[in-house]
Design a protein around this ligand. Sequence first.
Ligand code: PGA
Length: 272
Amino acid sequence: MVFLFRDDFLVRMEKIVIANWKMHLGIRESVALAKMTLLALQGKEVAPKVVLLPGFLALAEVHKLLARSRVALGAQNVGPDRFGAFTGEVGVGHLEDVGCTYVLLGHSERRVHFGESDDLLRKKLQVIFRAKHIRPILCVGDTQEERDAGTSVEAVTRMLRRALAAVEVPKGALFPLIAYEPYWAIGTGHRPTPQEILVLFRALREVLHELFPDRDTFSLVYGGSVDADNAYALLREPEIDGVLVGGASLKVQEFQSILTSACEVMTYQSSS
Ligand code: PGA
């Protein structure tokens, strides 16, 4: 079986492609780009799970388009409560209202520019777990200094532990998808080799198995300067479950070509 669009976990042959549009697009542009994504997937029998992350204000309009499609909708962030007296925040309840089934958490831009702490991240995770229909995409990454010092594995596994160690994942909650996004690779055109990514992924999977011994599968995606040229090499690695794409997801042809790479990898892997 190659056509799996299950939200609870990914199986080996599945690939996921996540488009993080950041704060780049208005509502009309977001709807237009979502339409192009649907067109790119039209008629494809074997296709990756695609998740679009528009800005908050575009979520409702993009949802209208995606509602009966195989493309999922997610938010780039969420506040640490469902609803309530928190002026200016967007709660998990709002994300449910607009049909989000994913939410990005702990992106380096949130941590660096908005001072988001591990405590806040854990609070957000707890609230999302109770929502039950929203799967968190939890970002972890190493800095340039950590890479230069050869401490990337320690840095990234420490970050993962901080986010998840004291967190209870209730039965029935959607387990987070883990996104390894090196800080130094985001928007820079620099990226680790697939082999370097696999070293990090193995270390992350070890921590996940240790923290959650009852779970068999964990899904990990890579993000940071993914583009049409490198997507195939990343996606063809069976241990890399998918890619999180920023800048290249805003360029129609570039993103279509990333989707085509994912389709090709899945077709190849399902027939071999
Ligand atoms: P990039 O961004 O693909 O532009 O490097 C990735 C991200 O920030 O999620």
